[in-house]
Design a protein around this ligand. Structure first.
Ligand code: ZN
Length: 280
């Protein structure tokens, strides 16, 4: 299943994509796309529903974040060898974990706002992992059972805030609008191999990033197991799993986003996002 939420910000309605990629309303079935819907029991219940029988949503509504209930937005740094190289940093011996504040979460087509004084705004296309059940101390062999589905994420970053403001990265990762999620939450059963997902990102139509999750240093199951050693993962928690090479910081000379730039990113399995950059 591909879950969506559509409508004006704060008033999004729940939906499903049908086989033709059209949005069908789930409003008569569920109140919202929350853990009771995308968790194991909810997905089992929805399998009996034929999307073609649900009301068709007409027009081209705004898309929101495709699910609610995100208590933690965790991210992994330098998880692709070639990205670590372009960042001029050593390959990590264990996952590099940082946080994106949940107030940064934004719809997949909403504008990205450059904070006042920011000069090093950058892009990072990533696979997002959505937790489906409460999870702690899970073994790697069982870790994918905790995953409800996957989504596309732009881990928008301000490099000066990230790297020139102190001992950790969070200040450059969690500014408002720095966390576009969506357009879909793709249920895990639709992804045959999570370590074989293509990802791409363009700026103003020029290809900047092209990668595949097979090149991750720490795979999805490893990451879920690792994080569950240190925290209880809750349904709805999101893990941004790192970005392939091609970020603006790694270009020679570096290329940072300016107001008016348009970032598009996507994946054959996860859908596409589009964000215009604006000054806040
Ligand atoms: Zn990232």
């Amino acid at each position: 299943m591909k879950f969506v939420r559509y409508g004006r910000k704060g008033q999004e309605q729940p939906g499903l994509l049908d086989a033709q990629g059209r949005i069908r309303s789930l409003s008569s079935v569920v109140a919202d796309i929350d853990a009771s819907v995308f968790g194991p029991a909810g997905q089992r219940a929805l399998r009996g529903i034929d999307p073609q029988m649900l009301p068709l949503v007409t027009g081209r509504p705004r898309l929101g974040v495709p699910f609610v209930g995100i208590s933690k937005f965790i991210a992994i740094g330098l998880n692709y060898r070639d990205h670590a190289n372009e960042a001029g940093m050593a390959l990590p011996a264990s996952p590099i974990v940082f946080n994106k504040w949940t107030t940064c979460i934004s719809g997949p087509q909403d504008p990205v706002l450059r904070p006042p004084g920011a000069e090093k705004l950058d892009w990072e296309v990533e696979l997002g992992v959505v937790i489906g059940r409460e999870t702690r101390f899970v073994r790697e062999a069982n870790a994918l059972q905790s995953v409800a589905g996957y989504c596309l994420i732009n881990d928008v970053s301000e490099r000066a805030y990230q790297l020139e403001q102190g001992s950790q990265w969070n200040l450059g990762k969690g500014c408002d609008t720095f966390g576009p999620i969506g357009p879909w939450l793709v249920s895990a059963d639709e992804i045959a191999d999570v370590q074989n997902i293509d990802l791409w990102l363009d700026v103003n139509g020029e290809r900047m990033q092209q990668g595949n999750t097979r090149d991750m240093i720490f795979g999805v199951a490893d990451l879920v197991a690792y994080l569950s050693r240190f925290m209880t993962l809750l349904p709805g928690d999101v893990i941004a799993t790192g970005t392939p090479p091609g970020v603006g910081m790694g270009r020679k000379p570096p290329r940072y986003l300016q107001p008016g730039d348009v970032v598009t990113l996507g994946s054959p399995q996860l859908g596409a996002q589009r964000q215009e950059i604006r000054d806040r």
